[in-house]
Design a protein around this ligand. Structure first.
Ligand code: NAD
Ligand code: GLY
Length: 368
C-alpha cells in the first residue's frame, strides 16, 4: 500500500492506494471517530462492495446504516441530496456522525455535499470506485450537484478525512468508464507534468490493458499531482486549481447539451481537452505536432475527440457562459502554453474560439 498526503494543515488527510483496502481496518478506524456511520452508495456498486465495507465497520462496533441511490449522473441533483438527509434524520443521526461515500464521482460529490450541509457539517470518508474518482474527484473536497442549467453549479468545499483507493474494485468497471478515468489521468500530464505525459505516451497500451503495475503508478502520480495543486490552492482562490479544469468548460457544455449521463464526464473532458489544444494552436501557443500528440494519446486511451455535431457554436457559447471560471461576465478558459504548462486566459478573440467550436470533425482530421 502507498500513502500520499493532502497537506492542508488541520484538514490534512491521507490517500491510501493499494489492493483490497475495503477490509483493512487501519484505513478506516483512525479516521472515523464517530460511532454512527452512514454508507452512501448506489444500486450498481452496493451489490458489489457494500457488504465488505459494512462488515469491516460492524466488526469495529460502529452503528452502520446505508443509503442507496439510483445510479446515474441524472440523479446528481438537489432532490437526491434531500433523500440522503431524510435517511439521516429517520435514522436519528447526530452531529457527530460520519458519512462514507462508496462509489464513483457522482456518489462522492453528493455524499460530500450532504456531509457539508447535514447539521451544518459532519465528517466524511471517500472510497472511490471508478478510475476517475480515484485519480480526481475523491481528492480535494469539491462536492456538489448539477442544476438543469449548469453542471456542478451547486456545491461546497468539504475535505474528506481520508481517501481509500482500492485498486482491485476497478476489475468490475466497464471499458467505457475506465477510459473516462484515463482522460483525467492524461489531464495531469498536459497541465503540469511533462515527464508523466511522456510516461503515459509510452505506457498507454499497457494502461488500456489494465496492467496492474502501470495502473498503480498512474493512479499514484495522478493523486500526487492533484494533492499538490489542492494543497497550494484549496479553494481555487487563484488560478492554480482552475488549471485542473483543462477541457472542462467545453466538456461541461457537451454534458449539459447532450443531457446528463449521455456523454460520460471523462469523455466530454477528453474532447474538451482537444478543443482547448486546438484553440491553443489557433492562438499560436501549440504547434500542430503538439495538438497531434494530444489527439493520439486520447485516441489510444479509447476516448472520443470529436464534439457532437448537434451542438452548434451558439449553443456551445451559451452553455460555456455558465461556468464557474466566468468572472465579471467574461469567459475564462484553461489553455496550453505548451504541453505540460497550462494557464487561464480571458484573452482570446471570440472569433478564434468560434473557429474551434465550429471545427467539429476537423479537430481530429486536420491533424491526421
Ligand atoms: P459515476 O460516479 O457515474 O460512475 C460511473 C459508473 O460506474 C456508474 O454507473 C457507477 O455505478 C459505476 N461504477 C462505479 N464504480 C464501479 C465499479 N467498481 N465497478 C462497476 N461499476 C462501477 O461517474 P464517475 O466518472 O466516477 O464520476 C463522474 C462525476 O464526477 C461527475 O459528476 C463529475 O462532475 C464528477 N467529478 C467531480 C470532481 C471533483 O473534483 N469533485 C472531479 C471530476 C469529476
Ligand atoms: N476536478 C477539478 C478540481 O478538483 O478542482
Amino acid at each position: 500500500m502507498q500513502t500520499l498526503q493532502v497537506a492542508l494543515n488541520e484538514r490534512s488527510y491521507p490517500i491510501f492506494i493499494g489492493e483490497n483496502l475495503l477490509t483493512q481496518v487501519n484505513c478506516f478506524k483512525p479516521y472515523l471517530t464517530a460511532k454512527q456511520i452512514m454508507i452512501v452508495s448506489n444500486s450498481t456498486i452496493a451489490p458489489l462492495y457494500l457488504e465488505r465495507v459494512q462488515s469491516t465497520l460492524l466488526a469495529q462496533s460502529y452503528v452502520v446504516e446505508t443509503h442507496i441511490m439510483p445510479d446515474g449522473e441524472q440523479y446528481k441533483d438537489i432532490a437526491h441530496i434531500e433523500g440522503i438527509f431524510t435517511t439521516l434524520l429517520e435514522k436519528r443521526f447526530n452531529r457527530d456522525c460520519a458519512l462514507v461515500a462508496l462509489g464513483g464521482g457522482v456518489v462522492g460529490d453528493m455524499t460530500g455535499f450532504a456531509a457539508a450541509c447535514y447539521q451544518r457539517g459532519v465528517s466524511f470518508l471517500q472510497i472511490p470506485t471508478t478510475l476517475l474518482a480515484q485519480v480526481d474527484s475523491s481528492v480535494g473536497g469539491k462536492t456538489g450537484v448539477n442544476h438543469p442549467l449548469g453542471k456542478n453549479m451547486i456545491g461546497a468545499f468539504k475535505q474528506p478525512v481520508a481517501v481509500l483507493v482500492d485498486t482491485s474494485v476497478l476489475d468490475t468497471l466497464n471499458e467505457r468508464e475506465y477510459a473516462a478515468g484515463l482522460a483525467e489521468v492524461i489531464k495531469y500530464g498536459l497541465i503540469r507534468d511533462v515527464p508523466f505525459l511522456a510516461w503515459l505516451e509510452e505506457n498507454i497500451d499497457g494502461l488500456v490493458a489494465r496492467d496492474k503495475v502501470l495502473l498503480a503508478e498512474a493512479i499514484a502520480r495522478s493523486c500526487q499531482n492533484k494533492a499538490d495543486v489542492v494543497a497550494a490552492d484549496e479553494l481555487e482562490a487563484n488560478d492554480l486549481r482552475a488549471l485542473l479544469n483543462l477541457g472542462h468548460t467545453f466538456g461541461h457544455a457537451i454534458e449539459t447539451a447532450m443531457g446528463y449521463g449521455v456523454w460520460l464526464h471523462g469523455e466530454a473532458v477528453a474532447t474538451g481537452m482537444l478543443m482547448a489544444a486546438d484553440l491553443s494552436w489557433r492562438l499560436g501557443y501549440l504547434s500542430i505536432a503538439d495538438v497531434d500528440r494530444v489527439k493520439k494519446l486520447l485516441v489510444a486511451a479509447k476516448l472520443p475527440v470529436i464534439p457532437p455535431s448537434t451542438i452548434s457554436p451558439t449553443t456551445f457559447l451559451d452553455l460555456m457562459a455558465v461556468d464557474k471560471k466566468v468572472l465579471a461576465g467574461k469567459l475564462r478558459l484553461v489553455l496550453l502554453k505548451s504541453l505540460g504548462e497550462a494557464f487561464v486566459s480571458a484573452d482570446f478573440p471570440l472569433a478564434t474560439l468560434a473557429q474551434t467550436l465550429a471545427a467539429g470533425t476537423q479537430l481530429g482530421q486536420a491533424y491526421d
